[in-house]
Design a protein around this ligand. Structure first.
Ligand SMILES: C[S@@+](CC[C@H](N)C(=O)[O-])C[C@H]1O[C@@H](n2cnc3c(N)ncnc32)[C@H](O)[C@@H]1O
Length: 156
């Protein structure tokens, strides 16, 4: 099951980009035997200042047809890491080929795109910078893969 991280904004080289690359390559390595991955980031950038609606149109284009849409939003549901792993495995076991994690820009995700999501995932009620949300998501994807693989990385 392919993982797409569809995110607003271009990430420049730096510590966040290094962490994301590292977690995604670990996820791909661990996930391969589990039918999870590969994972890739699709960045969208509205240079015309069209706001959330313009970003939503670009994000929709980045989401593969038929993908499960999991939108990241502080108003969504919080999950434990094992429950997040279970949910990923559930989508895989239901035969879904693609899961798209959608991350908004400075103003968040347009309400109509949020309404289209199959799941709203929250990393708590605090608002995080979108680049940190990307890092947190990639770490949780790697953690989920290690949980499903029975590895020692996650300690509850
Ligand atoms: C700077 S935040 C935007 C916050 C904006 N005020 C809003 O109403 O959504 C940018 C993006 O990071 C992600 N994000 C930030 N905090 C989050 C959280 N606590 N849980 C899940 N995603 C979060 C969301 O995808 C959000 O659209």
């Amino acid at each position: 099951m392919r993982i797409h991280i569809c995110a607003v904004g271009r990430l420049r080289a730096g510590p966040e980009a290094e962490l994301i690359d590292d977690y995604l390559s670990r996820f791909d390595r661990t996930g391969r035997a589990l039918g999870l991955g590969p994972a890739a980031v699709s960045e969208v950038d509205d240079r015309k200042g069209g706001g959330m609606a313009a970003e939503a149109a670009l994000l929709r284009r980045a989401v593969p047809k038929g993908a499960v849409i999991c939108a990241l939003d502080e108003r969504g549901r919080t999950l434990t890491s094992p429950k997040f792993a279970e949910r990923l495995a559930g989508w895989r076991d239901a035969g879904r080929s693609d899961v798209a994690f959608v991350i908004g820009g400075a103003d968040g995700i347009a309400p109509d795109l949020r309404d289209e999501a199959d799941f709203l995932l929250s990393f708590g009620q605090m608002v995080w910078p979108h680049m940190l949300a990307r890092v947190m998501l990639t770490e949780q994807l790697y953690r989920a893969a290690t949980i499903l693989a029975g590895g020692p990385y996650h300690r509850a």
